[in-house]
Design a protein around this ligand. Structure first.
Ligand SMILES: [Zn+2]
Length: 129
């Protein structure tokens, strides 16, 4: 799958966003090194603190299907400016080795290395794998 297809797929995912409170629809793809694509959307809740971002839903979807390495995150929203991942999502991306974050806004595609957006992730020296 190529970038153009990722862009179409992530935009298509906006229709599945569950955002009855903010109206901010977000869609994300988590793409593995071998090219498998897992989708996610933001899921809001009446108890607003329970809301989960699209990027984490996409990553958790991938992990729930047996993946342990995510190479790329693709992200878009219905906002009138490019949307960037929050700090919690950047930390989760770091956990699964994300290398690149691609932000889609209309016809614009903005590419960042995760290390640019999040140069000093928290890591736990006790990790065993
Ligand atoms: Zn987030």
């Amino acid at each position: 799958m190529v970038l153009r297809e990722w862009v179409e797929l992530v935009k298509d995912g906006l229709k599945y966003s569950y955002a009855p409170y903010s109206g901010v629809k977000v869609s994300a793809l988590a793409i593995t090194p071998d090219g498998k694509v897992y989708r996610g959307v933001n899921v809001e809740n009446a108890s607003l603190g329970l809301t989960v971002c699209a990027e984490r839903v996409a990553i958790f979807n991938a992990v729930s299907n047996g993946e342990r390495k995510i190479k790329t995150i693709v992200l878009t929203s219905n906002l009138d400016k490019p949307i960037y991942p929050c700090g919690a999502c950047l930390q989760v991306m770091s956990e699964f080795g994300v290398e690149e974050v691609i932000i889609v806004h209309g016809d614009k595609v903005i590419r960042h290395n995760l290390s640019e957006l999040f140069p000093n992730p928290f890591s736990d020296w006790r990790r065993r794998d």
